[in-house]
Design a protein around this ligand. Structure first.
Ligand SMILES: Cc1ncc(COP(=O)(O)OP(=O)(O)O)c(N)n1
Ligand SMILES: Cc1ncsc1CCOP(=O)(O)O
Ligand SMILES: [Mg+2]
Length: 302
């Protein structure tokens, strides 16, 4: 039998420092009356997790308590099974990509893609925002051509049909992009053999992404970014660390507001890749900036 207020207090006191800087969120309506669940729901809301994420965490805390017989307020939940992630090997899984995608340049057009691929950036993404079908096809084809002979892995943001037709390495989709996919389209995407990266911004979205079995999981925005209007607060490195731990069986990409000064703390979370936009496209000398960031990615010699 657990005392819910005491357990909530213990969770808070053990983890407040890791998740400092977030305002408390309202406690969502409980979906269970289990004391461990209720305590975790209250504590995680107090720690600033939005309702869907607090619910996920509370369910995981309860699942672990059932599995182990202990509430363990001092240990943040990180077992994939407690969050209901697919067991390994996954029943649903996209084609694999390297565990560590390294520096990942997210770029506005094919010219930039070619430029950064030739500069030696190992992973590049064409993020060409347009509604003009002809322009999209032209740009995706040009990007695929631009990486030829460079060894760079090219992901296409959003435009998955053209990416399949043209034979890109992979596709990147966000949560809203996944919402728009019908089941047969998702299956067609998986059958294409192209790799899939999925954006996530918290626990509920990671659980949702896992059901699709993407090739990598992107997590962000880690820091504030001016490049994209985000529906969720910057997650910070404390959260990134626990996300990376939960999703340890996936290749991981951190994104959002990351520049050279932030690389060390982001890499310390264990992610194998950092995606950047402004750190390259706004640099006075993008090739030198790429070289510098790739050096930051490299493990420091002992
Ligand atoms: C590596 C990486 N991570 C996240 C995103 C964002 O994707 P999405 O949420 O679909 O938003 P848009 O980029 O389409 O505006 C990304 N592109 N790449
Ligand atoms: C596309 C995207 N998705 C989440 S943050 C982001 C933009 C990242 O840009 P920057 O590295 O300049 O902050
Ligand atoms: Mg998108």
């Amino acid at each position: 039998m657990h005392d819910t207020p005491a357990l909530a207090h213990a969770i808070l006191s053990h983890h407040a420092a890791t998740f400092a800087g977030f305002a408390p969120e309202p406690v969502p309506a409980p979906t269970s009356q289990e004391p461990v669940y209720l305590a975790a729901l209250q504590a995680c809301s107090q720690l600033g997790f939005i309702a869907h994420d607090a619910e996920c965490l509370a369910r995981a805390w309860q699942a672990r308590a059932l599995r182990t017989g202990a509430a363990q307020p001092e240990v943040w939940p990180d077992a994939p099974e407690d969050f209901g992630l697919q067991p390994l090997p996954r029943a649903h899984q996209f084609a694999p990509c390297p565990e560590r995608l390294g520096l990942y340049a997210v770029l506005p057009d094919a010219t930039w893609v070619g430029r950064m691929a030739r500069a030696g950036v190992p992973t590049v993404q064409l993020r060409f925002k347009s509604d003009d079908a002809a322009a999209i096809e032209r740009e995706v084809r040009a990007a695929v051509q631009a990486v030829q002979g460079t060894g760079a892995l090219l992901f296409i943001n959003d435009h998955w049909r053209v990416a399949i037709d043209v034979g890109a390495y992979g596709i990147h989709l966000g949560q809203e992009d996944l919402d728009a996919l019908k089941a047969d389209e998702l299956q067609a995407l998986r059958n294409s053999g192209l790799r899939l990266g999925v954006s996530t911004h918290g626990y509920a979205e990671m659980v949702r992404a896992d059901a699709v079995g993407p090739s990598y999981i992107a997590m962000g925005a880690v820091f504030p970014t001016t490049l994209k209007k985000m529906a969720t607060a910057p997650q910070g490195v404390g959260r990134l660390g626990v996300y990376a731990r939960l999703m340890r069986h996936y290749p991981q990409v951190a994104i959002g507001g990351i520049g050279a000064e932030q690389f060390a703390q982001v890499l310390a979370t264990g992610v194998g890749s950092i995606a950047v936009v402004r750190a390259l496209v706004n640099a006075a000398d993008p090739e030198s900036a790429a070289a510098q960031l790739m050096q930051h990615m490299a493990p420091t010699p002992v």
